[in-house]
Design a binder for this molecule. Structure first.
Ligand SMILES: Cc1cc2nc3c(=O)[nH]c(=O)nc-3n(C[C@H](O)[C@H](O)[C@H](O)COP(=O)(O)OP(=O)(O)OC[C@H]3O[C@@H](n4cnc5c(N)ncnc54)[C@H](O)[C@@H]3O)c2cc1C
Length: 286
């Protein structure tokens, strides 16, 4: 099916895009189009106007600046996958990128678009949560910075205002003894996660001083696991410690049975993947 008729706008600056968002009838932002275009073709979305971000060169970046990794709104999944900086320092991002969808979608789809879509099965919100990341938006009143921990409200719903667009995601640059990883269970290439776990640890003389654990596809949004983080902090890494953190993650998880697996199975895999993700994160932190 073809999409219903719509007006297409191509702003070249963020200011222009924000002004269009505030002045047009029922506008929708388009980034990679990998989720929006299929929704428009199936008439699940019928925007009157589409504000295409792809001509705003200022949104196309992936860089470290002022103590943060900054991921611009036009950074594609493939840019993360191919980044030497990410491969060297951001283990969970490097793990997640090649596991997102399939190569075609990764070539066009954006990391920010995935966070904006706020699908509980999306991977990037989970990675962002484990890193204590932030979502930066532009709106009529200027810039707004939202902690990822507060951003996700419901499936496909988040804190972003109708007159705002996301310009970038930020995560703190890792310290010398910090490591992270992402583990994902899916049935085949191109599938969303049945379960995903992001883990991040900071070590100081062998002791975990800070930790982040977050889950994909086992609740109504991507969720953090503060109980697991509390179990880990102040402790020396060990298999037993990871097991206790895995138990906490499984208790936090609230998965539903579907054609891919039972709720019990997903809960169990949350436990297992949390242990594996933590073991990898600690290994990378050393
Ligand atoms: C078959 C399939 C498999 C997939 N598998 C995975 C997967 O395993 N893991 C995963 O994480 N994702 C997966 N995705 C989603 C994919 O990552 C999309 O690329 C992503 O959800 C949307 O990014 P996009 O740039 O294409 O956004 P678009 O499709 O352009 O937009 C999606 C939504 O986000 C809004 N939006 C986009 N950018 C902004 C912005 N800067 N500010 C405000 N709103 C914005 C749009 O208005 C729209 O509502 C899959 C998609 C498909 C079709």
């Amino acid at each position: 099916m073809k999409a219903a008729q719509f007006e297409h706008h191509e702003p070249t600056t963020v200011e222009e895009a924000v002004s269009l968002l505030g002045s047009l009838d029922e506008p929708t932002v388009l980034a990679g189009g990998q989720s929006l275009i299929p929704m428009m073709r199936f008439r699940l979305a019928r925007p009157e106007t589409v504000i295409d971000l792809n001509h705003i060169a200022d949104l196309d970046f992936l860089e470290e600046e002022n103590g943060h990794l900054r991921i611009g709104a036009l950074c594609r999944h493939v840019d993360i996958e191919e980044s030497a900086l990410v491969a060297e320092k951001y283990g969970s991002f490097a793990d997640a990128a090649p596991l997102v969808a399939d190569p075609q979608i990764r070539n066009r789809g954006t990391v920010v678009g995935s966070v904006a879509q706020s699908d509980p099965k999306g991977d990037w919100g989970t990675v962002l949560l484990a890193h204590d990341g932030e979502v930066v938006a532009a709106g009529p009143d200027g810039e707004r910075v939202m902690p990822a921990a507060e951003f996700f409200l419901l499936p496909y719903d988040n804190m972003l205002g109708e007159d705002e667009l996301i310009t970038e995601l930020r995560v703190p640059t890792p310290s010398a003894h910090e490591g992270s990883s992402y583990h994902k269970l899916k049935r085949k290439v191109g599938d969303y996660a049945m379960v995903g776990v992001a883990a991040r640890v900071v070590l100081d003389e062998g002791v975990i001083t800070d930790a982040g654990v977050a889950l994909t596809a086992v609740d109504i949004t991507n969720v953090s696991v503060p109980d697991a983080e509390e179990i880990l902090e102040g402790e020396t890494p060990s298999g037993d410690l990871f097991k206790r953190a895995g138990e906490a993650a499984a208790e936090t998880a609230n998965p539903e049975s579907d054609e891919h697996g039972s709720a019990d199975y997903k809960e169990n895999m949350t436990r297992v993947l949390t242990q594996r993700a933590l073991a990898d994160a600690v290994e990378r932190a050393r």
